[in-house]
Design a protein around this ligand. Structure first.
Ligand code: DX5
Ligand code: ZN
Length: 220
């Protein structure tokens, strides 16, 4: 079953627990947390303290997306804060195999993300060791950007790579997912759909979540 993971980046953080409850009522499956350090990406968001607040506000899996320099320093902090999935960027981590093993040792599910310009083939020697591959469909750093259509080709390449490696990682897409872009991504082979502004910038968070969830249900 396709998984919907609203990102709290676009949520009203002064009402975090309520915003999470509203999207849960619409059928959200995971909660996505965008951690940005103003270095790896030109924006600054939040750290383990907010991940902890999310964890205490939901029973859903917490999906943490690290867009930070040197994430190895903070793996334990995010896992202690309650991350169920912890994703680092391929472009940032030099010893990725070691980092993935460390996340597993700490009892969390590792993920690896690639930017729009990074080829899927880069993942050939790491993909079988992770639980999640996150394809960025926007340049990371901000919500509300337009979906980059080239990622549809990358989804299909990743489906082929997963088969070739006999691996079972989930394919996650992130950036510009709305009621128009979600279906082509589903048809190309995506399992997990991050969606920020199309849910939390809507007039009705619950209805906007349910609309995307119903598109997934009707076409899965
Ligand atoms: C961007 C983040 C995304 C973003 C998605 O760097 O990784 O998770 O919040 O937001 P929308 O759905 O508005 O593109
Ligand atoms: Zn994200």
């Amino acid at each position: 079953m396709a998984i919907l993971a609203p990102s709290i980046l676009a949520a009203d953080l002064s009402n975090l627990a309520q915003q999470i409850r509203l999207t849960e009522m619409g059928g959200a499956d995971w909660i996505h947390c965008d951690v940005m350090d103003g270095q790896f990406v030109p924006n600054l968001t939040f750290g383990p303290i907010i991940v902890d607040a999310v964890k205490r506000s939901t029973h859903l899996p917490v999906d943490v997306h690290l867009m930070i320099r040197n994430p190895d320093k903070l793996l334990e902090n995010f896992i202690k804060a309650g991350a169920n999935y912890l994703t680092v960027h391929y472009e940032e981590v030099v010893h990725l195999n070691r980092t993935v093993n460390k996340i597993k040792e700490l009892g969390c599910k590792p993920g690896v993300s690639i930017n729009p310009s990074t080829p899927v083939q880069s993942l050939e020697d790491i993909a079988e060791y992770v639980d999640l591959v996150l394809l960025m469909s926007v340049n990371p750093g901000f919500g509300g950007q337009s979906f980059i259509p080239n990622v549809i080709k990358k989804i299909k390449e990743l489906v082929i790579l997963r088969k070739k490696l006999n691996a079972n990682f989930l394919i996650e897409i992130d950036g510009g997912i709305d009621n128009k872009t979600i279906l082509p991504a589903l048809k190309a082979g995506v399992d997990v759909f991050v969606t920020g502004s199309s849910v939390f910038n809507s007039d009705n968070v619950t209805a906007a979540t349910a609309e995307l969830k119903n598109i997934l249900k009707a076409n899965s």
